[in-house]
Design a protein around this ligand. Structure first.
Ligand code: GLN
Length: 537
């Protein structure tokens, strides 16, 4: 087993997650198996209860783990299958140590950060040391943060306890461009590396995020002052078109060759052609498609990270450029549907809380009536159901009890087991579950399968008391359910070119090299319907 630890310097959001994921892709392209994990210094046990505006989306794993969005990058860039074990927060570490302390496990010892907290962190590295050639661990936060110190100490000790050549440290840092003087500056990088060395970590490779290319002089300077060989100064210039260029950018800098050399891994052939093909269709696509994302947090791309990425993947599969139109559902509620007029398709993603709900209902109504392709994800399915009940069945106050507990027509409601829940963290319907698709429906046609597995993260469900009524006219079709038929998973409209909505989150299983069938079909429908409209004009 070989180990790569990735730390970040100078600023947060410097791109450690993407860099780690891209390195994973490069190593896989050489036939190595990789696993990635993230250590986060915050005290939340998981990000499940954190506001997406602060933390970005919550990424859901197959086993129901609610994790940081970086795990999404790991799964999208590589073939690794992540579980709750691949995400560790200080909150989890402290919870474990304190529980052990209460159980008397430490038998009279004074419980301290070193060695008890650090040992717990090292155990996690050991626990993930199987079934792969290389384990890549990203340490969240920025070097120098007080919160991150126990993780830094643990990885330093871990490296010390391993034979030389088993562990390397990669530091991702920012080399800012100063406009006034027209120069790139290396001082923040030097200071950040000095901070790392202070805690006993000597980076083997420095990945420099920059807006402009590093010249020879700058590379020499970073090499000399940061104590890394010249070839270990890696330029990671902002990518021009897409994050999926990153593995190719890093390969051009020779980072995979260097990693193999440092970790004593045979220098094998690498096949990056799938990435080259994907990037080619991103850079020079045949057509373009305008898709509206109607959500509450549209100001922040990270809040809908996986949905946006899945849309990009759907576009790669259709050789189209994504023109994303972000529509704030609360504004739509006030200003009306005018903003939807020029869209080729509408997507309503997942969400919680009542702000902007009526705006989303208006968007679903517009898509249904104007025959615009619609994809509803989780809340987007609940919205579509409410809209149909209200405007087609005439159940005027139909709603989800999440937003109106008093509604006389709770078409979306809590199951008994959820009504008993008192703690909010980790108690939703979470993770991959099986879904049975109804033969002859659009969903079955899209997936080309009878049974699928998709990831969930929600508390409320389609209320079966309304199923018969909703399906009565033959237009509203329940096309997917749990295998025993008890819970509704997918709905669609028959008399519509593409109106599909699901209770699960397909976006968590889409990859640039394997676009998800639902997103692929949604983008395809958007293009077909747009072309039809244009030819009718
Ligand atoms: N708020 C809804 C629920 O809890 C939808 C959740 C979601 O979209 N992820 O059921």
């Amino acid at each position: 087993m070989k180990y790569i630890f990735v730390t970040g310097g100078v600023i947060s959001s410097v791109g450690k997650g993407l860099t780690s994921a891209a390195i994973g892709a490069l190593l896989e392209s050489r036939g190595l198996t990789v696993t990635l994990q993230k250590f986060d210094p915050y005290l939340n046990v998981d990000p499940g209860t954190m506001n997406p505006l602060q933390h970005g989306e919550v990424y859901v794993l197959k086993d129901g783990g609610e994790t940081d969005l970086d795990l999404g990058h790991y799964e999208r860039f590589t073939n690794t299958n992540l579980t709750k074990m691949n995400s560790l927060t200080s909150g989890q570490v402290y919870t474990t140590v304190l529980e052990k302390e209460r159980q008397g496990v430490y038998a009279g010892q004074t419980v301290q950060v070193i060695p008890h907290i650090t040992d717990e962190i090292k155990h996690r590295i050991e626990a993930n040391s199987h079934d792969c050639d290389v384990l890549i661990t990203e340490i969240g936060g920025t070097t120098g943060d007080i919160e991150g110190l126990p993780f830094m100490e643990a990885i330093r000790e871990f490296a010390l306890e391993r034979p030389l050549g088993d562990v390397i440290f990669i530091h991702v840092t920012l080399v800012p461009f100063i406009k006034a003087s027209g120069e790139l500056k290396t001082k923040p990088t030097q200071q950040s590396v000095a901070k790392l060395r202070e805690i006993g970590i000597i980076p083997n490779i420095i990945v420099c995020r920059c807006e402009y290319s590093l010249n020879k002089e700058l590379r020499k300077k970073i090499s000399l002052f940061c104590n890394v060989p010249y070839e270990a100064v890696i330029e990671e210039k902002d990518v021009e078109h897409s994050i999926y260029e990153l593995p190719l950018v890093l390969q051009r800098e020779g980072v995979d060759k260097l990693i193999c050399k440092l970790l004593h891994i045979d220098d094998r052939e690498s096949d990056m052609s799938p990435w080259q093909n994907a990037v080619r269709s991103i850079v020079a696509p045949h057509s373009s498609v305008r898709i509206g994302l109607v959500g509450k947090y549209v100001g922040l791309n990270d809040a809908y990270k996986s949905v946006l990425e899945a849309l990009y993947h759907g576009c790669i599969a259709n050789d189209a450029r994504l023109e994303l139109v972000k529509i704030d559902s609360a504004t739509l509620e006030v200003n009306g549907v005018g903003c939807l007029e020029k869209l080729d398709a509408i997507l309503v993603p997942g969400g919680f809380g009542s702000r902007g709900i009526e705006g989303k209902i208006l968007a679903a109504q517009y898509a249904r009536e104007q025959l615009i392709p619609y994809l509803g994800l989780c809340l987007g399915m609940q919205i579509a159901t409410i809209e149909y009940a209200r405007h087609v069945l005439g159940l005027e106050d139909a709603h989800s009890t999440e937003f109106n507990p008093e509604t006389t027509h709770p078409v979306i409601a809590l199951l008994d087991e959820q009504q008993k829940v008192t703690k909010l963290g980790g108690t939703m319907r979470l993770g991959a579950q099986e879904c049975k698709l109804k033969k002859g429906t659009k969903a079955a046609d899209i997936y080309q399968k009878d049974f699928i597995q998709e990831r969930h993260r929600h508390r409320y469900e389609f209320n079966n008391e309304y199923r018969e009524l909703l399906e009565k006219d033959g237009n509203f079709v329940v096309s997917g359910t749990t295998p025993n038929g008890s819970l509704v998973e997918v709905i669609e409209l028959k008399n519509h070119p593409f109106f599909v909505a699901c209770q699960f989150h397909p976006e968590f299983q889409s990859k640039p090299l394997h676009p998800h069938p639902l997103f692929k079909a949604f983008v395809a429908a958007a293009i077909t319907e747009r072309n039809k409209r244009v030819s009718q004009m």
